[in-house]
Design a protein around this ligand. Structure first.
Ligand SMILES: [Zn+2]
Length: 82
């Protein structure tokens, strides 16, 4: 649960509340679900950053093995497709 500032009275309102308890202004329920999207994007971005960082950190041998494994997987996929 998170608190947002009411756009009408400026008081903190729970995102779970349908309306502001102080002034009754509606707290946009759609905005609450919209707020989830950036979190998901940040998570994906974070994973990408971690993946890139891990890729830069791992020794070149591991990179070579991963590269060969990727090529082997492509060959297997290509063969099974025919
Ligand atoms: Zn309010």
């Amino acid at each position: 649960m998170a608190l947002v500032v009411c756009s009408e009275c400026g008081k903190q309102v729970s995102t779970l509340a349908a309306s502001c308890p102080s002034c009754g202004a509606p707290v946009a329920g759609a905005a609450a679900s919209d707020r989830q999207a950036p979190l998901v994007n940040a998570g994906v971005l974070g994973k990408a950053v971690v993946a890139i960082g891990a890729w830069l950190v791992v020794p070149w041998v591991v990179r070579l093995l991963a590269f060969l494994a990727g090529i082997a997987m492509l060959i297997v996929m290509f063969r099974s497709a025919r």
